[in-house]
Design a protein. Sequence first.
Length: 286
Amino acid sequence: MGTWKSSEKEVYDAVLVALKSGYRHIDTAAAYGNEDAIGRAIEDSGIERNEIFVTTKLWCTDHRRPREALKESLRKLRLSFVDLYLMHWPVPLNPNGNGYFPTLPNGKRDIDTEWDFIKTWDLLQELVAEGLTKSVGVSNFSVKSLKKLLASPSLKIKPVANQVELHPYLPQHKLLKYATENGILLEAYSPLGSTGSTILSDDTVVKLAEKLKVSPATLLISWAVWRNTVVLPKSVTPSRIESNLSIIDLSDEDGEILNGLSAKKGNVRFVDPDWSPFVVFDDDDY
Ligand code: A2P
């Protein structure tokens, strides 16, 4: 279950409902500001720690201090380790700047130009041996960034996963192919098209969902599984949390219909913060 945009208040109940319904993977991030409530819900669920898979993420202003940042996350989550720790974005931001999204006087992002994500990875990979996380990965990495990381002479552990925006309007076929060839699992965030989704009412999606007698959300989640990605639908509504858990086996023919949607309509990226002059996304991933 995804928890971006789920407030502290909402997410406690949402995680409890999710765990009671059978979810076992909870995805959060330091930047979501909800780790504390998620930690309380996990504790109150009474479910054994080793049955639950928890992911959290390193924020950009903490690229120079992932150990300390992870320890802070663990304290909030009330856990002694997470299962997966991701570098949230490949962009180091000034750790002494103004807030979570520090800016320069000209309004541009205050990027930590003396640092880069290779150095961040060098520190991140140490956290596995220290037992603070079972595995490490990245998020919002393009093929270009992944190639740079995999070619680093100091690489000891490959990222196990790359969490990126994935849905039929942004299937990122080339990124999926590259990740698969290199043994990196892609995880789909915003799989339903995020808040106010237009994909859920897309004609092709609605027609295919009607044909298969499922909801558009179930179709999109099933498609993500059909193409071998991990899928992280977000909801704070109990009925949706429960229904998002049931999926169907898509035939290759139906899967290909959704695979081809963006070629007709063009790619749409719903999560696209301004990181300039750092270039995060790359059209070559489509
Ligand atoms: P809510 O959290 O209010 O239930 P994504 O996973 O792509 O980020 O999409 C999350 C958005 O989709 C949220 O606004 C969420 O609303 C909504 N959503 C989640 N599950 C469903 C569903 N089964 N049907 C319709 N909308 C859903």
